[in-house]
Design a protein around this ligand. Structure first.
Ligand code: NAG
Ligand code: NAG
Ligand code: NAG
Ligand code: NAG
Ligand code: NAG
Length: 417
């Protein structure tokens, strides 16, 4: 009777044991190897429309009146809210300053990024544009071209030295930055505002998504690697939509059903296209952010996400507006002067904006933006499911093509140290 295994036998057992563990790791889809280091983004470059405009439209056209900005900045900054918007919370979460609008000629500081977003911007050029009409001429391709020109211009200014050089991002920031996107809502609104039917607008979605993807590729080709891409929000829940379409069929929470279905179709197509794009852009870490679902929660259950003893209330009633069931009227907009029974009044905000979801009929309050940011930054609403601070990590997804066994697990690699 042997009391001890021989050394040889011991080694054999250990080898088997180790092989077994390796096999488990290789075959298991449920134990991904996650990179654990959070990303150190030195800058953010943002593209989009009013949901993420930090003052671009105000610089290009005209300032928004107070009470825009009253809650946080105590002045109107050009943000479409009473305070901070989601891109502000994103910058803040990385310890970065709020983004200066690219078009702002006064006091801008681009050391940690720039914001190319302009309220009213569309993915595809529209002829329904400001100043005569409603939408912005700074469509996605124009924003891309401004960014493309921005890169060599910052180099020229850095090389010149002096005070302006201190306001430029460093050269290597362009490849290390986070690139954020929130655009598409206005394209749906342009069509609907032009009396097109729901079906007609819905039919434009594939073209919108193709153009979206073209611009992402363009920006990737300039050296961008980390992409944080918001889908479009629930259009049918906005007081503007509900006011303009009083007879629209509602879902169980009170949102206009078909209008949300167009947003959903856009989001489905965008998600599919980004899944494909991940295969085509080998260096890109592309995160699709389902901001639609995070926003929709506020209309389903406003009380649940509220603050001490209050809770959000009246999600379909505009905080800063005047008139009608949704406290919104195109002729009496937030901050405008109105005449009531011969007396001049300013359309002002509700008593407590922090309990409200919608600020001005089409945009969210700071309180709602904070809740939405808290939701989307965890990874619970993103594909792949990675949190904002890990958005530099690329996740390789399984494909249908045959792969070697070592590829048969989820893997994340990072390009930023
Ligand atoms: C906000 O701005 C108003 C007018 O510009 C000023 O009177 C007031 O003191 C400011 N409040 C704070 C808290 O800065
Ligand atoms: C620009 O921003 C950077 C980073 O926040 C800061 O260190 C620098 O002082 C700013 N420059 C000016 C002129 O304000
Ligand atoms: C849409 O139709 C309404 C009613 O027919 C009309 O008053 C309005 O001018 C039209 N709008 C556009 C942008 O064509
Ligand atoms: C939009 O088009 C898609 C594809 O044809 C269809 O599945 C969807 O039901 C349409 N949605 C609406 C609201 O018309
Ligand atoms: C304006 O006057 C009418 C008629 O006197 C009155 O019914 C209405 O309540 C007044 N509106 C406001 C906002 O005071």
């Amino acid at each position: 009777m042997k009391l001890f295994m021989s050394q040889i036998e011991f080694l054999r057992h250990m080898t088997l044991f180790v092989s077994f563990i390796v096999l488990i790791l290789l075959c298991s889809n449920t134990s991904p190897i996650f990179a654990t280091k959070s990303c150190d983004f030195p800058a953010i470059f943002n593209f989009g429309s009013s949901n993420v405009d930090t003052g671009g439209s105000a610089a290009a056209f005209e300032a928004l009146p107070l009470p825009y900005g009253e809650t946080y900045f105590n002045r109107s900054t050009g943000r479409y809210s009473d305070g901070r918007i989601i891109i502000d919370f994103i910058a803040q979460s990385f310890g970065l300053p709020y983004l200066s609008p690219y078009l702002n000629s006064l006091g801008s500081n681009f050391t940690h990024g720039a914001n190319f977003a302009i309220a009213g911007s569309t993915i595809i050029n529209s002829d329904n544009i400001l100043p005569e009409r409603r939408f912005s001429p700074f469509s996605f391709i124009i924003q891309y071209k401004q960014f493309r020109d921005f890169i060599p211009n910052t180099k020229f200014i850095r090389d010149q030295g002096g005070v302006f050089a201190t306001l430029m991002p460093k050269e290597d920031y362009f490849s290390k930055a986070l690139y954020t996107f929130d655009i598409g809502q206005c394209d749906l609104a342009v069509g609907l505002g032009n009396n097109a039917t729901i079906e007609q607008v819905n039919a434009t979605v594939p073209d919108l998504v193709n153009e979206f993807i073209e611009n992402i590729k363009n920006i990737y080709n300039l050296g961008a690697k980390a992409f944080w891409i918001h889908n479009t929000g629930p259009h049918g829940c906005l007081p503007i939509t509900l006011t303009n379409n009083p007879s629209a069929i509602k879902d169980r929470y009170g949102c206009a059903k078909q209008f949300n279905e167009i947003s959903q179709y856009f989001n489905l197509k965008l998600k599919e296209a980004l899944t494909q794009l991940r295969q085509n852009l080998p260096l890109a870490a592309i995160t699709y952010v389902d901001i639609y679902s995070a926003k929709y929660l506020l209309f389903q259950n406003p009380k649940k996400y509220g603050f001490i003893n209050t809770g959000f209330e009246l999600p379909f009633v505009t905080c800063c507006g005047y008139g009608g069931k949704h406290n919104w009227n195109i002729n009496n907009k937030c901050g405008e002067f109105i005449n009531i029974n011969g007396t001049k009044h300013v359309v002002s905000s509700c008593k407590n904006p922090s309990t409200r979801v919608i600020w001005d009929g089409g945009h969210y309050t700071e309180a709602a933006n904070k809740v939405i940011f808290d939701k989307i930054s965890t990874g619970a609403f993103t594909d792949p499911p990675i949190p904002l601070n890990m958005a530099c990590h690329r996740k390789f997804e399984k494909t249908d093509t045959p792969r070697s066994s070592s590829d048969n697990h989820l893997e994340m690699t990072s390009f930023v140290n």
